[in-house]
Every structure is written in C-alpha cells, then in structure tokens.
Design a protein around this ligand. Sequence first.
Ligand SMILES: Cc1cc2nc3c(=O)[nH]c(=O)nc-3n(C[C@H](O)[C@H](O)[C@H](O)COP(=O)(O)OP(=O)(O)OC[C@H]3O[C@@H](n4cnc5c(N)ncnc54)[C@H](O)[C@@H]3O)c2cc1C
Length: 383
Amino acid sequence: MRFDIVVVGGGIAGAGIAYELSRLFSVIVVEREQQCGRHATGRSAASFTQAYGGATVRRLAGASRSFLETPPKGFAAHPLLMPRGTLTIARQEQIGRLEQAFALARVSAPSIRRIAPAEALARVPILRPEAVAAALFEPDAMDLDVHGLHGGFLAAASRQGARILCDAAVERIDHDAKGWTVQTSAGTVSAAILINAAGAWADAVARLAGVQPLGLVPKKRTAFLVPLPPDVEARTWPLVDDVGESFYFKHDAGQLFVSPADATPSEPVDVFADEIDVAIGADRLQRATTLTVRRVSRSWAGLRTFAPDGAPVVGPDPEVPDFIWLAGQGGTGIKTAPALSRACVSLMNMGRLPDDLLSAGLTAGDLLPGRLRGSPHLDKKPS
Ligand SMILES: Cc1cc2nc3c(=O)[nH]c(=O)nc-3n(C[C@H](O)[C@H](O)[C@H](O)COP(=O)(O)OP(=O)(O)OC[C@H]3O[C@@H](n4cnc5c(N)ncnc54)[C@H](O)[C@@H]3O)c2cc1C
C-alpha cells in the first residue's frame, strides 16, 4: 500500500487533515481503534468559544468560525454550531480575576459583556446568589456538533479518495530516502510523508519514527452527566463556568454535563473517570447551585494533550521535514480543527500560513514545532 501521505490517528486532527490533503494527494489514515474518534475527540464538551485558550488558540478559533458556520454544501446534515452562550461567574474574591478575563476576552470575542448578578441568576435560576458576585456573558459561544464535524471530514475525505484504515495500530516506523514504511496491525503502508495526528500518543509515535519528542503532556479531564429534576427547564441555559476554572456545566439532552475542570498529568492511555474526581465535580456544582446530585448517570474522562507552551504544534519537524506534527491541541482541538488543518497543509506545502490566518495575527512561528527546540530560523511576530 503506497500513498503520498500516511496520517497516524483518526481523531478530529487526522480527519481534518485527511479532508484537506485528499483533494491534492493520495492519503491513508491509520487508526488503532475499531472506530475513529474513540479518544479525546469522542469525549469533549463540544463547546465553541473565542474567549477561552491562549492568544494563538483564540485566533485559530476565530479563523475556524466561518467553516463551522457555513461548511461546504453536503458536508454535514445538520448545522455544526448551535446557539448556547457562555456565562462566566465570579465570587466576591474573584472579581479582580474576572476583570482581567474580561479585558482579555474582549479582544477575541467582541460580543462578551459584563452582566449584573441578577441577570445571571435569571438566566440560570439554580445558581446560588453568593456564587455570582459578578458575571460575564458571551452570547456568541456555541455548542459544536463534534460528530457532524468529525464525520463530515471523514466522509468528504473518503469521497475524495482517502482510505481510512481502522484496527490498524502503528507498531513500527522506518525511514529512508523514499520516505516512510509504517507497519500496522492491519498491514504495511508506505508514504512519502507521515503526519503525526496521534493525540496523546504523538510523542510515542515520534519515538517510533526516530524523531525527537516535543515533551507533550496528556492531562486527564473528567466529565459526567447528572439527571435533572423534571420541573427544571435547562434547555435555554448557557454553559456556566467559573473564572477560577474549577468547574463548568451545561444542559445536555435533559441532563447536566458537568466537569470539575481537572487537568491531571497522565500517561497516554485509555483513561476512565475516577470516583474522587466525579465527587469533587458534584461538590463544586452543589456549592455553586441549589441542585442536589442524587445520581450520576454516566461518567468518563479524556486526555487533553499540551505542548510545553500550551499552543498547538503544527508543521514539519525541523530535523525531519517529511515528519509533520499536528498535535498539542489541548482542550481546544475541535473548535480549532478547520483552521489547524488548513494551517498544516499550507506549512507543509509553502512553509507559510494561509493569508486569513496571517491577517488574524498568527505567524508560522506560533505553530511550528521548531519553537519548542529553540530553532533560530522561525519567523518572528512583527514588533
Ligand atoms: C473532557 C474534555 C472536554 C473537551 N472539550 C472541548 C471543547 O469543548 N472544545 C474543543 O474544541 N475541544 C475540547 N476538548 C479537546 C479536544 O477533544 C481535543 O483537543 C481533540 O479531540 C484532539 O484531537 P486529536 O485528533 O488530536 O486526538 P484524538 O481524538 O485522541 O485522536 C488521536 C487518535 O490517534 C490514534 N492513535 C494513537 N496512537 C496510534 C497508533 N500507534 N496507531 C494508530 N493510531 C493511533 C488514537 O487511537 C486516537 O484515535 C475536550 C477534551 C476533553 C477530554
């Protein structure tokens, strides 16, 4: 099986890049699981906001918005973004922090505004007044149809000729002048270029390929569902988070999706929710709301994988240029996937970012892996 490009990993990153590249090249995606999207991609909070993440992530989210609002004809059966809004609350002692968050958020999410505690309580009546000394509301924050986006990328890539090979764990990678030979549990694939979209396993895949790892750290985040009493109408509530990033919750099909916003460093493994993290999340929810958690209907955890500087790592490895990184998306890899996929193609093919990403204030040096190895030839932001 000889292809131009082999993509390791069939999560949102691998699916997005396969979609972009299969218009131009022969592409195969190799995925260890029976189905693509079983790891971080299938476990997210499905939230789109331009007011969360570092400056690079916020710009990437902004640059992804038009694709998510208006995907190509036939890409998805349903809208990919649904109105939700985000309400960020602060207790009395957190008001200074909320002001800082507001100043930062206004740059990337101009619709965000201060709202009075009374308005916050009217929007989400289960909130306790003492939990809301001040609040921010971002009306343009959305729910994301992760399944629609991921499935849309994969289906379109397949229509364009890409091969999606599941049950294909990459076990050995060899490199020579012709490119890569990748041995998987489903057979051997060779390709001129290898794209590393292996999520929490991206450093492990680099080691297999003889490429220096980047020091990516997977961090575990827990989520669970709490059934709502029948008299609580939560469908119109925004996602609620606290400015201290200690919990968030939102309505999810008659239940509350709750997370303690944990970020516990982990090995790259298939993680599960620990009872203690669910209990911490339930406690934080009960302190901020009048809800009593009597039952948790489902709990899970996923790995959000971070580079040392917190920004995604995209583009050719500085020492091995036919090894392409598409990793380190942290807690924001779904909402940034459209822009990251385009950035990756452009960095591979032309060594520069697409014009709209440059106009958004991004530079190649914000994303390229060389920044993590102190490479001197990366372009710098204009002063
Ligand atoms: C609880 C939680 C909430 C989140 N909320 C949001 C949110 O609201 N908005 C947002 O934008 N993002 C959110 N995220 C982050 C988002 O889910 C991730 O950034 C994104 O899914 C990463 O995608 P990925 O394709 O890089 O990784 P993954 O989805 O993990 O895909 C990597 C794939 O590589 C495969 N793989 C690894 N090694 C091999 C190998 N050797 N051979 C073959 N295949 C291999 C794995 O099986 C896996 O399928 C959240 C994450 C979590 C855990």
